[in-house]
Design a protein around this ligand. Structure first.
Ligand code: G3P
Length: 219
C-alpha cells in the first residue's frame, strides 16, 4: 500500500491531517520551515514528532560532506522516527554513504532527485527514500511522472531496498498517477490532501438528494 505523507512544517495542517486519519509521515524542507515561520528546526521537528508516529524528515542546510554528516548525526539523535534529508549532489552522496553505515543511519531521505540515475545513485549510497520532484520537472516542460515510473522499474529489477517517494505534488492527478506508477510514498501539500476527498459533483449530487428528500418528507 502506498503511504501518504504531508509535505509541510505547519503544525495546524499536520494536526488536521492526523485527525482525518490519513497521515503516515511528514516531510519538511527549509522553504517549508520558512513558510511555517520558524528557524528552529529542532523545536519544530520535535513538535511534529509529538503528533506523528511515522517518519518525519528534517533537511540539512550544509552543502559540504562533513557539514552534512555533522548535521545528520544531530538530527538522527532527536527521535527514532526522524529521517535526515540530504540533497542529491556529489558531496551529499558521499555523506549518505557514510551515514548509512551507522547503526541508526538508514534513515536517509535523499532529496532533490530529478532523474532515474540520481535515484539509482542514492539507492547505491544507502538512502531509504528517494524523493523525486515531479511538479518541478513538469514546470520545466519535462515529464516528472516518467522519472517515477523508470525509477520504480529500476528499483524492482535490481531489488533495491529504497522506497520511491513522489514529491513536489501539485494536484490530485499527480496523486492518481503516482499510485499507478507504484510509488511507495506520496508526500502531499495540505491543499491537495483536502481536494482528494472532494468533488464538485459529489457536492451537487448531495444537494440534489437532500432537496428531493425535503420534497417527499414535507409532502
Ligand atoms: O518535499 C519537497 C518537495 O515536495 C517540494 O515541492 O512544491 O516546492 O516543488 P515544491
Amino acid at each position: 500500500m502506498a503511504k501518504i505523507f504531508l509535505d509541510t512544517a505547519n503544525l495546524d495542517e499536520i494536526r488536521e491531517a492526523r485527525d482525518m486519519g490519513l497521515l503516515d509521515g511528514v516531510t519538511t524542507n527549509p522553504t517549508l520551515m520558512m513558510r511555517a515561520g520558524t528557524a528552529d528546526l529542532k523545536a519544530n521537528t520535535l513538535k511534529i514528532i509529538e503528533m506523528v508516529d511515522g517518519p518525519v524528515s528534517a533537511e540539512v542546510v550544509s552543502t559540504d560532506t562533513d557539514g552534512m554528516i555533522a548535521e545528520a548525526r544531530d538530527i538522527l539523535s532527536w527521535a527514532p522516527n526522524v529521517y535526515v534529508k540530504i540533497p542529491t549532489i556529489p558531496s551529499g552522496l558521499k555523506a549518505m554513504k557514510e551515514i548509512s553505515s551507522w547503526p541508526n543511519g538508514r534513515r536517509i531521505n535523499a532529496t532533490l532527485i530529478f532523474s532515474p540515475v540520481q535515484a539509482y545513485m542514492v539507492a547505491r549510497a544507502g538512502a531509504s527514500f528517494a524523493s523525486i520532484f515531479i511538479g518541478r520537472l513538469d514546470d520545466a516542460g519535462l515529464d516528472g511522472m516518467e522519472v517515477v515510473r523508470q525509477t520504480r522499474e529500476i528499483f524492482d529489477i535490481y531489488g533495491f531496498d529504497c522506497q520511491v517517494l513522489a514529491a513536489s505534488i501539485r494536484h490530485t492527478q499527480h496523486v492518481t498517477q503516482s499510485l499507478l506508477a507504484g510509488a511507495d510514498i506520496i508526500t502531499l501539500p495540505f491543499d491537495v490532501l483536502q481536494k482528494m476527498s472532494r468533488s464538485p459533483f459529489t457536492d451537487a449530487g448531495l444537494q440534489r438528494f437532500l432537496a428531493d428528500w425535503e420534497k417527499v418528507a414535507s409532502s
